[in-house]
Design a protein around this ligand. Structure first.
Ligand code: AMP
Length: 471
């Protein structure tokens, strides 16, 4: 069926105009001539970075499996309404950061800015309330926010997320914090958790009245953005980056003083559980998180000490969202979760010089001379793959000298050499790259001979291919 195009319709949600000051306009001029370049705020994750990305994904997966979280994969494109209703209209994400457009079927759709709303939608849509509660899910993948790009802030970002739906106990909040902490610990990163409670919508309302009254006295001192926040979403003043507002916040009423008994009890228990497992935390009364749907516990992980000061940005954020599922039309369902940013975590690993190989480093190189040898090589590679022994080659090179140079550069231990004569004889040469010693063996035995040699030298079984996880 031919692809039907619709005439573009006006956008359904407020979208920020391209900003000249952040270079978007210039960026859009680049496309027509020469090689198209990356969009601003988007990036390629190159092979040399994949080792760190795999490490983060594999570590998260191992923790998810250890704590019995089931994997869920969610679509990148959703109805824009899902985010308008859940995240809240007066948030930065919905006001100016969403990629919203009309699809060919004339629906208003959005590239997901985060995945918690999608998890909640999936929970309702698939009747997960009927499953044993709480339902524990984890996901990983790209999110999109048309924010102003800067260090550690991209327009396509990747997150690993853990969500527990159908449970209001404090232990759930504490266990999620523990899991996030363990992921960072396993990665070798020293992080600090900052924590706060924003209570229920009711006690928050009483607090907000007080907060607004306080800031109204100083309205003239506020930036335009913060004036808007004061009017539309005053809680966001608490995480304002404006120096004036930060100063005023020192004397501002604190949300913890406005929590009702139940909220206080919930929060105290979370803190007690954290004490129990010896996870130190920093109470941060200004932590509110950007999204409307949070209730009770909110938390963020930042790099500890000087590294944290330098990086500024949080590596991971989360909290309880007891109202979200009901907001989306489901039964009242308490839930809690967190999302860890892969880009910022990978950056922190890079800053510490942590750079694991993205695929197993081959210890064996295959050098061929001529087409007959290449043909045998095709079969040999398969045999080695089955034996889980990775092999390197330089298929584009013909001369032995050039191929041995590549083998040397790679630092392999052994090189297999297959020329015209060896093909005819059914043999193959094994060269020890360190000593330069060569021996000719029966080609049929090559896999078992190599296996033995690698074992002898390392004292352990040769490293296998570990499956490279997808994003
Ligand atoms: P959030 O969904 O805003 O709670 O963010 C959770 C985590 O995702 C943050 O702590 C960051 O590590 C990461 N993150 C959020 N926004 C961005 C962005 N624009 N670029 C890169 N990472 C981000």
């Amino acid at each position: 069926m031919p692809f039907k195009r619709n005439t573009p319709k006006p956008l359904q949600a407020p979208v920020k105009k391209p900003e000249t000051e952040d270079g978007d306009e210039e960026d859009s001029k680049k496309s027509s001539k020469g090689t198209p370049e990356l969009l601003r705020g988007f990036r390629d994750i190159l092979p040399e970075e994949q080792g760190r990305w795999n490490l983060i994904r594999d570590t998260s997966r191992a923790l998810a499996e250890a704590y019995s979280f089931d994997r869920i994969d969610l679509p990148i494109l959703e109805r824009s309404d899902l985010f308008l209703r859940s995240i809240g209209k007066a948030t930065d994400i919905v006001e100016k950061e969403m990629y919203v457009f009309t699809d060919p079927s004339n629906r208003s759709v959005a590239l997901r800015p985060e995945a918690t709303a999608s998890v909640a939608r999936a929970y309702i849509e698939h009747g997960m309330v009927e499953r044993t509660q709480p339902v524990k899910l984890w996901y990983e993948g790209p999110m999109f926010r048309h924010d102003r790009p800067q260090a550690g802030r991209y327009r396509q970002l990747h997150q690993v997320g853990f969500e527990v739906l159908g449970g209001n106990e404090s232990i759930i909040d504490a266990q999620l914090i523990l899991i996030a902490k363990k992921i960072f610990e396993e990665l070798g990163l020293n992080v600090e958790v900052q924590i706060n409670s924003i209570g229920t919508p009711d006690c928050r309302q009483a607090y907000l009245t007080e907060l607004v009254a306080y800031f109204r006295q100083f309205r003239s001192k506020l930036s335009e953005d913060d004036k808007r926040r004061l009017q539309k979403n005053p809680l966001r003043l608490l995480d304002s980056k404006e120096p004036e507002t930060i100063e005023l916040l020192k004397e501002a009423p604190q949300i913890l003083d406005w929590l009702d008994e139940k909220s206080k009890e919930h929060f105290m228990k979370v803190l007690e559980f954290l004490d129990e497992v010896e996870i130190p935390y920093v109470l941060n009364s200004h932590l509110v998180r950007g999204l409307d749907y949070y209730t009770h516990t909110v938390f963020e992980f930042v790099l500890a000490g000087d590294e944290g000061e330098k990086a500024q940005n949080a590596l991971c954020g989360g909290g309880r969202y007891d109202g979200l599922i009901e907001l989306l039309g489901g039964r009242p369902t308490a839930a809690c979760g967190f999302a860890l940013g892969i880009e910022r975590t990978a950056r922190a690993l890079a800053d510490k010089g942590i750079n694991p190989p993205s695929i197993p480093v081959p210890n064996v190189f295959f050098a061929q001379l001529g087409d007959a040898a290449r043909r045998v090589g095709l079969r040999l590679f398969e045999e080695f793959r089955k034996a889980h022994i990775p092999i390197a080659e330089a298929a584009g090179k013909n001369a032995l000298k050039g191929q041995l140079e590549v083998a040397n550069k790679l630092g392999v231990q052994l090189t297999l050499i297959l020329g015209q004569k060896e093909v005819l004889d059914g043999t193959i040469i094994i060269r020890d790259m360190e000593s330069g010693a060569q021996e000719t063996i029966d080609a049929k035995k090559v896999v078992s001979v190599i296996e033995r040699k690698l074992q002898k030298d390392s004292g352990v079984k040769p490293e296998g291919f570990s499956p490279v996880s997808e994003s």
